[in-house]
Design a protein around this ligand. Structure first.
Ligand SMILES: [Zn+2]
Length: 235
């Protein structure tokens, strides 16, 4: 029987006829795939896939469509939904990935990133630190890297006062949203560090505010999408 197993998580779901659902999965081996989950809306269905969980999926490949036959939860991040900001950040990441990834693109790297972010959110890390780090890392993985060592607008070398614009850190003359040397160093740390360590830094609340605004600006400029979750991110 043409059945395969793959690990990943649910990005999005849609209702289908007869109590069924269509699930958009982000999987290690096959990237983004839609699967049909027969009867998944039913109270006792074994195909209820939790949204914030790392799962193993067993999928039947019927040629024309993929059909989910089993789900086993590997790791749950259920605590994320207890914190409103954390829940918004998690939803933003799922929506951003859904938007940026094309079907059948390899997803090991991006899956590792989102799982690392979910582990941190689940353990109660500052949601805005997770948002900043994961958003800049996601954009970097997809080829959008902010300029940090000279003005992203005019190329002028620092020092001076720091700002942040559409392409990265900017100088006083070019302006942008207020930034700082600490924020610039934190951003360089995120860009130069492996995924599982990008959340291991501490900054003051002001610096984190500047980084959060910068991540949102950089994302909005490079990803041409209005995400529903973004209205909860704008603070
Ligand atoms: Zn400049």
């Amino acid at each position: 029987m043409p059945t395969f197993k793959d690990k990943g998580l649910v990005l999005r779901e849609a209702d289908a006829a007869e109590n069924s659902k269509r699930l958009l999965l982000l999987t290690q081996e096959r990237g983004k795939i839609w699967v049909f989950a027969r009867g998944a809306s039913g109270m006792k269905s074994k195909l209820k896939a939790p949204k914030m969980a790392f799962c193993e999926f067993v999928v039947y490949d019927g040629g024309q469509f993929l059909s989910l036959t089993q789900v086993a939860q590997i790791q749950s991040f259920a605590s994320i939904s207890f914190d409103f900001d954390g829940y918004c950040v998690a939803n933003f990441l799922l929506e951003a990935i859904d938007n940026m990834m094309l079907p059948a693109m390899p997803a090991r790297q991006v899956l590792k990133l989102v799982l690392s972010a979910f582990v941190r959110l689940d353990k109660g890390a500052d949601p805005w630190l997770v948002f900043t780090s994961a958003t800049f890392k996601l954009l970097q993985q997809e080829g959008f890297v902010p300029i940090t060592d000279s003005c992203g607008n005019c190329g002028e070398k620092f020092p001076g006062k720091y700002f942040f614009g559409q392409d990265g850190v900017t100088c006083e003359k070019c302006g942008g949203i207020p930034f700082s040397e600490e924020a610039r160093l934190a951003l360089e740390y995120i860009l130069n560090t492996q995924v599982d360590k990008i959340f291991n830094f501490r900054v003051s609340a002001d610096v984190l505010d500047a980084l959060t605004s910068a991540a949102l600006l950089f994302f909005s400029h490079h990803v041409d999408a209005q995400l529903k979750s973004m209205e909860f991110i704008r603070r």
